[in-house]
Ligand binder design. Structure first.
Ligand SMILES: C[S@@+](CC[C@H](N)C(=O)[O-])C[C@H]1O[C@@H](n2cnc3c(N)ncnc32)[C@H](O)[C@@H]1O
Ligand code: SF4
Length: 305
């Protein structure tokens, strides 16, 4: 089979800096303040869109992308690109919300872990109430926004309590449904949801109002997503040091750092852009090979061994 890279999404963590220190955070954010420089981010955005004209959108994650206005500034520098931004929501005050509205190329995905009890126990006391207020404000401004929910063995019950419908009634128009990965700070295998809990999430999402856009890559990979997308099969992750990982949840990265690649350090090896790096790096090649072998139903090589 041809080993071809087709990116639909590039996920970038511009910083590990964060105003929270959530218990489960896979990226250990808040413990350090690494930051990818603007030149590398801008070069990456231009490189990726030039190489893959069908690239649909970029994702900003972290760390907290709204810290120091990082996400706003990236979106402002690239008005022709669209950014889906995972956020803890706490830094979206009136000014930031007005900026999001004015820019028009950001969809904030506000993270909640369930109701107040579940959210505050992971993200800190008072977080749930604050993000509910932020959501009200975004809805009042008529903005397109969504939620991000990470399924664990400890919060799976909220799917039987009308959790998704509640956020739809608040004005959420889309949701990203992640599944807890036992990696990073507080890694705990017991928090991984059971097959039954994962199946239940899939069932609930199949029944929600069809105008609410749901994405659950791992438990409900649709025809469009077509199973594991890692390592350049449709997506790739760039961390705040410029290291490129097959997936946000995989700590192993490519041998080539993106800052070095764009500085011409690997020119002699014919690695001058993201495509070259993804094609030539052995870690990326190995992950693509494994991903292609997997069925759509059991696509995740971390969770579904
Ligand atoms: C790392 S955060 C960064 C963006 C932002 N600070 C936030 O909290 O949304 C991105 C998303 O990853 C989720 N996440 C964090 N740790 C995770 C883990 N161990 N497994 C699965 N998802 C995780 C968070 O709940 C959040 O929705
Ligand atoms: S999950 Fe988000 S808000 Fe929480 S520590 Fe990690 S980066 Fe910060």
């Amino acid at each position: 089979m041809d080993d071809k890279i087709t990116l639909w999404n590039v996920t970038i963590a511009p910083t590990h800096k964060c105003n929270l220190r959530c218990r489960d955070c896979y990226s250990n954010s808040g413990s350090n303040s690494e930051r990818l420089d603007d030149t590398t981010i801008d070069t990456l955005l231009e490189d990726a869109t030039k190489t893959w004209p069908s690239l649909l959108f970029f994702t900003l994650t972290g760390g907290e992308p709204f810290i120091d206005d990082i996400a706003l500034n990236i979106a402002r520098r690239h008005p022709d690109k669209y950014f889906q931004v995972y956020t803890n929501g706490l830094l979206i005050d009136e000014r930031v919300a007005e900026n999001i509205k004015e820019l028009g190329n950001i969809t904030p995905l506000i993270s909640v872990e369930g109701w107040g009890i579940e959210t505050d126990s992971v993200r800190g006391k008072g977080t749930y109430e604050k993000v509910n207020n932020v959501m009200n404000h975004l809805t009042d401004l008529d903005l397109f926004w969504g939620i991000s929910f990470k399924l664990t063995s400890q919060n799976a019950h909220v799917h039987d309590e009308g959790f998704v419908d509640y956020f739809i009634s608040k004005g959420a128009q889309c949701g990203r449904f992640l599944t807890y990965m036992p990696t990073g700070r507080g890694s705990d295998l017991l928090k991984v949801p059971s097959t039954e809990q994962r199946r239940r999430q899939k069932e609930v999402l199949e029944r929600v109002d069809p105008s609410f856009l749901t994405v659950d890559y791992i438990n409900n990979p649709t025809e469009l997503l077509n199973g594991c997308a890692a390592a350049g099969l449709r997506y790739v992750y760039v961390d705040p040091t410029g290291d490129v990982h097959p997936c946000v949840f995989m700590p192993n990265s490519a041998r080539f750092n993106l800052k070095d690649v764009y500085a011409g350090v690997h020119k002699a090896e014919n690695v001058e852009n993201l495509n070259d790096m993804l094609l030539k790096d052995s870690t990326m090649r190995r992950v693509r090979k494994e991903a292609r072998k997997r069925s759509q139903e059991r696509c995740c090589m971390i969770l579904d061994s």
